[in-house]
Design a protein around this ligand. Structure first.
Ligand code: ADP
Ligand code: MG
Length: 342
């Protein structure tokens, strides 16, 4: 009886920046960066998740850090599969490994070939059945939107590699857009700006920290500044530069535009009745990028729509995919119909 395995059914939010594993009846048990460190020569696993992310930009030649998902697609299938298997094993470490039902969340812009690759990785990791749920749908469910009602809900999920914008009604995605402008591009824009304005080279980790501590999409009342450490492009020596919140806002303008344009383009494509619903109900922001200060305010100004940040934007997708395993039969309709295996 399938029900005897209920405790092991899982949902995975396979994100470009973070992977979360939700276990039926237990909640989110794994929440780690989607980063893997391997021996360059042998490809042997050195570290996964937090430990591997610590190593980014700090590895000797023999070790390489890999982000298997780039721009919302699987850039390195083998490593992706290893990572997925590692995270699933973590959850099952001390137990009899029953073959679970697995719901995996993928970016909606993903191709059929990539979807098959994700499912294959799920089967390789030991799943009995793998189901796919589109990321915006999971995000909307996780953010508590009434996806089954005949009313338009817009969800904007700003992740590391992709921004997903979707309008959902009656349990289905009506209009959606997936663009590869997201959190990573914001980090890259900070790196580029520091190089151009201050001839200072920043590592990716530092750029992300600057974004989190100082970044904003709209002026706030408590603007601060911070000292940023990098390597001088000319002398090659470490140097510190003082940068203001306004500087960083200016630096990230281009990727912010990309994100805003995606929202506007989707609103443009939305049938009038549903656009009216969104005017009433507002846009919901999820994904780690939703935590960028003032992004909600900025979108409010740019779209004239009400905008809300989900309660816990980094976990919305995993919680939504988790709901799909908890209420499998009720939510089965939102799962992408089973494509033929192989
Ligand atoms: P993915 O689904 O692609 O794995 P996530 O939803 O986990 O992405 O979000 C990761 C992105 O969110 C990263 O680009 C990260 O830098 C960004 N992020 C996380 N916290 C913050 C914050 N406080 N401010 C701005 N960006 C943030
Ligand atoms: Mg995500």
């Amino acid at each position: 009886m399938a029900n005897s395995f209920v405790g092991r059914d899982m949902a995975v939010d396979l994100g470009t920046a973070n992977t979360l594993v939700y276990v039926r009846g237990k909640g989110i048990l794994v929440d780690e960066p989607s980063v893997v460190a391997v021996q360059s020569a042998s490809g042997e696993l050195v570290a996964v998740g937090h430990e591997a992310k610590q190593m980014v930009g700090r590895t000797p030649d023999e070790i390489e850090t890999i982000r298997p998902l780039k721009d919302g697609v699987i850039a390195d299938f083998e490593t992706c599969e290893q990572m997925l298997r590692y995270f699933i094993r973590q959850v099952h470490r001390r137990r009899y490994f029953a073959k679970p039902r697995l719901v995996i969340c993928v970016p909606s812009g993903i191709t059929a070939v990539e979807t098959r690759a994700v499912k294959e990785a799920g089967y390789q990791a030991g799943a009995r059945n793998v189901y796919i749920v589109e990321e915006p749908m999971a995000a909307a469910i996780g953010a508590g939107l009434p996806v089954h009602l005949p009313t338009g809900n817009m969800v904007v999920d700003v992740g590391g590699g992709t921004t997903e914008v979707a309008v959902i009604s009656l349990g289905g995605v009506v209009t959606s857009l997936s663009v590869t402008t997201a959190g990573d591009d914001v980090d890259n824009a900070i790196v580029a700006w520091m190089k151009k304005e201050h001839a200072l080279l920043l590592g990716d980790r530092t750029a992300e920290e600057v974004k989190m501590s100082l970044g904003s999409a709209w002026p706030t009342s408590d603007e601060t500044e911070a000292e940023i450490r990098g390597r001088d492009l000319v002398s090659g020596l470490p140097r510190t530069v003082t940068v203001s919140a306004a500087d960083v806002r200016h630096a990230i303008e281009e990727p912010l535009h990309g994100i805003i344009d995606a929202v506007r383009a989707t609103l443009d494509q939305t049938p009038p009745e549903l656009a009216g619903d969104i005017m009433d109900r507002g846009i919901v922001l999820t994904g780690g990028g939703a935590l960028l200060r003032g992004l909600d305010e900025r979108l409010r100004h740019e779209t004239s729509m009400p905008v809300h940040v989900a309660d816990s934007p980094l976990t919305s997708v995993a919680l939504g995919a988790g709901r799909c395993v908890e209420e499998f039969d009720a939510l089965r309709a939102v799962l992408v119909s089973e494509r033929r295996r192989r």
